[in-house]
Design a protein around this ligand. Structure first.
Ligand SMILES: [Mg+2]
Length: 423
């Protein structure tokens, strides 16, 4: 398929961003947890990528995208439809419909539970089902961060406050734990700076400044600060082997920093990846982390594509991966939309406020048939009344004790990620 040439730098960057995310997802997909939780040597990545040089779609098919791209596309479509703001209910419905159309994209079990609940309630409260998960603590998986780049594109030219607000709202539909929401905000800010072409030194300083601003959320502040400190030292010493220190898992705190590190580190040459372009070596470094390779690859790809532009993306990948032409069309739509919005004087909230209509619920308690019998003389009427009334208080079993796994030490080792994950 022939594509129109880009008219200017912004379109270049927007296309690069959408493309980079899809390619990182598709190229990382085949290696997801293929080496357990271990990283891959660069030689394995080079071998894998060599296959793509001689790729013939008729013979070899395409590498399919996964849930990362499936959800990011719906976020982009939602913004292209609502045009001036994010409508959380529209987005939730799109996620649900997308999931029901193609359930085999690698969604995690917990997120499908959110989709089912949203579906049953027709997304009346788009944030409700996610809030109920994991004893009401919510998920801190990386599923909100992996799809957030269209938010950064939509918010291009706007304030950081608006960017963070929209990233927060887009995240909470499936991930309401602060570590998951903050992960999405950090990724959104990273992509936004990449679109602006911010150099690596200022980029890292700005990220750290954002982390320090999480003052009302000390858990996220300490956790992500710890990661950025590791990153800063590794960048100074050109240490590339950070899978253990930064993580490669499905928690946002174990993958967003790894993607950001890959983007920053690959701006300088890497000896063992010297044959690769800047964009490709970013994706290769990200996938070399192992573990959740499609998501780390996709998040790093979104940043690298935004920073280097479409021009740095090798053309042969366009035939290898599914969904690239839709990504280009969406990027072109978003760049046009962003320009229109920046030119217009209309100012309205960037996230639509959700009014949840309280429906009249007819309460039908189970009535003890004994009480319906003719009243014996010794039972007073108000006793019957109180027994018929549904109980307002929760039973003991319903009372959820807060999980204290994250309460004390917020360093990596103290965090139990067996639960609280929605991919
Ligand atoms: Mg995936």
């Amino acid at each position: 398929m022939d594509m129109d040439k880009c008219e200017d730098e912004l379109q270049e960057r927007f296309r690069g961003c959408m493309l980079g995310a899809v390619l990182g997802d598709c190229l990382g997909g085949p290696l997801e947890f293929k080496n357990g939780n271990n990283s891959f040597p660069f030689s394995r990545l080079k071998r894998e990528f060599r296959l793509y040089d001689a790729w013939e779609p008729e013979r070899d098919g395409v590498l399919e995208f996964t849930d990362d791209t499936a959800m990011a596309r719906q976020l982009a479509y939602s913004l292209l439809e609502t045009r001036t703001h994010l409508d959380p209910r529209n987005l939730a419905r799109r996620f649900v419909d997308e999931y029901h159309r193609e359930q085999g994209r690698g969604y995690g079990e917990a997120v499908t539970e959110v989709f089912e609940k949203l579906h049953k309630s027709d997304c009346r409260d788009p944030y409700g089902p996610a809030k109920e998960q994991f004893k009401t603590e919510g998920s801190f998986g990386n599923g909100a961060a992996m799809r957030v780049h269209p938010v950064a594109m939509f918010c291009h030219g706007r304030s950081r406050t608006e960017l963070l607000e929209m990233a927060d709202a887009s995240a909470r539909i499936t991930h309401s734990h602060q570590l998951g929401v903050r992960g999405a905000q950090l990724q959104a800010y990273a992509v936004s700076m990449a679109l602006d072409g911010v150099d690596s030194k200022a980029f890292l300083a700005n990220m750290l400044e954002l982390v320090e601003s999480f003052s009302e959320d000390p858990k996220s502040k300490h956790t992500y600060r710890y990661k950025f400190e590791i990153m800063r030292k590794a960048l100074a010493t050109k240490n590339d082997d950070l899978a253990i220190a930064l993580g490669n898992g499905v928690a946002a705190l174990h993958s967003v920093p790894s993607a950001i590190f890959s983007f920053l580190r690959a701006q300088s040459p890497i000896e063992q990846l010297r044959d690769s372009s800047r964009f490709v070596r970013t994706v290769q470094l990200a996938i070399s982390f192992g573990g959740d390779t499609d998501t780390i690859g996709s998040m790093a790809g979104a940043m690298a594509g935004a920073y280097y532009g479409e021009v740095d993306v090798p053309e042969n990948f366009l035939d290898v991966c599914e969904g690239v032409y839709d990504a280009i069309k969406q990027a072109d739509g978003l760049v046009k939309l962003v320009r229109e919005n920046l030119d217009s004087d209309v100012s309205e909230p960037i996230v639509k406020r959700i009014k949840i209509e309280v429906q009249e619920i007819e309460v039908k308690p189970d009535i003890n048939p004994e009480l319906l019998k003719p009243e014996p003389e010794d039972i007073k009427p108000d006793v019957i009344k109180s027994e018929l009334k549904p109980s307002a208080s929760k039973s003991k079993e319903d009372v959820v004790e807060p999980d204290s796994a994250l309460d004390n030490d917020t360093t990596d080792s103290a965090i139990d990620i067996k639960h609280n994950i929605v991919k």
